[in-house]
Design a binder for this molecule. Structure first.
Ligand SMILES: [Fe+2]
Length: 296
């Protein structure tokens, strides 16, 4: 099965408005070397399409310039695919219009829900891993893919609880979703660490259960840690450097998968552009080492 992404197998960054100018700068101040310039440029960038649902103005002027310079990934946070009432049709119509306007290399959303009975929640809430939920979720993914006219990627969630009625593991749920709908997986390795720690599972076992052939993109991010009597609780806040364990999990994954499109995700306490590029360069070094390992 073809992985539904046209992103290059290189490192990208989540692009924030405060970094538009740096990302679009033709040459960093004081340098002219193309080698230096290429080291300061990500291979592609990702944005939340919901930030561009307005009709025009500065956000679109910036995004137009960005789209002319980089392969673009739209990482949606609003479709609420797991809602019992189904995908949010208003969000979907806006996403379709934005995709027609910018033709992104990849479109993704989450294995989660964010609304019910007219309420909206500012969270990506977990779904039970049951056959009933899987069937429902697959229908919603198919609706989205039909409206977009393309396959999408679905991201594994950060979990803070498990449901008593879960009938399968997360990887099984995602694999079956891919098989029935033709979607791919956006593998967030920080989310693996967060979920495994919070639910007292083995992160390496969780990671190894994922079929790399179905993964169209990888996310790397940082998380916050709360210490409790029962043990640490990890909060998926995307507000710090990638953790040591997530880096080790990433190394393990690329040893199996080889090069993949990988994103540095940083959404709160966003650092200087150079810090993001430094994290992206580290991810690239790990993929280069994995390639050398494969070649040896
Ligand atoms: Fe993510």
């Amino acid at each position: 099965m073809a992985i539904p992404t046209l992103l290059p197998p290189s490192t990208g960054i989540g692009l924030k408005p405060q970094h538009y100018e740096a990302a679009l700068a033709r040459s960093p101040a004081g340098t002219s070397s193309s080698q230096v310039r290429s080291k300061l440029r990500p291979g592609w960038v990702e944005v939340h399409p919901q930030n561009y649902f307005c009709a025009g103005g500065p956000p679109h002027r910036w995004l137009t310039a960005v789209a002319e310079s980089y392969p673009l990934s739209f990482h949606s946070v609003g479709l609420s695919l797991g809602s019992a009432t189904g995908v949010d049709r208003r969000e979907l119509a806006q996403l379709v219009a934005l995709c027609e306007r910018y033709r992104p290399a990849s479109v993704s959303d989450h294995l989660s829900w964010s609304g019910s009975a007219g309420n909206r929640y500012p969270d990506l809430l977990p779904v039970p891993y049951t056959r009933e939920c899987l069937d429902h979720f697959a229908v919603q993914v198919s609706v989205v893919q039909e409206c977009l006219g393309r396959p999408i990627l679905i991201e594994n969630p950060s979990r803070y609880l498990a449901f008593l009625g879960d009938e399968m593991r997360e990887a099984e749920f995602l694999h079956e979703l891919c098989r029935t709908t033709g979607c791919g997986i956006l593998l967030d390795i920080n989310n693996i660490e967060v979920s495994a720690t919070n639910l007292k599972l083995d992160p390496f076992t969780m990671l190894d259960a994922i079929d790399p052939a179905l993964v169209g993109e990888v996310h790397l991010a940082g998380h916050a840690v709360e210490e409790h009597e029962e043990g640490p609780l990890l909060i998926d806040d995307h507000g710090s450097p990638v953790s040591d364990l997530t880096w080790r999990l990433f190394e393990r994954f690329v040893a199996r998968a080889g090069r993949v499109p990988v994103l540095i995700e940083w959404d709160t306490d966003v650092p200087d552009y150079g810090v993001l590029i430094g994290e992206a360069a580290k991810a690239d070094r790990i993929m280069c080492s994995a390639e050398l390992g494969h070649a040896a």
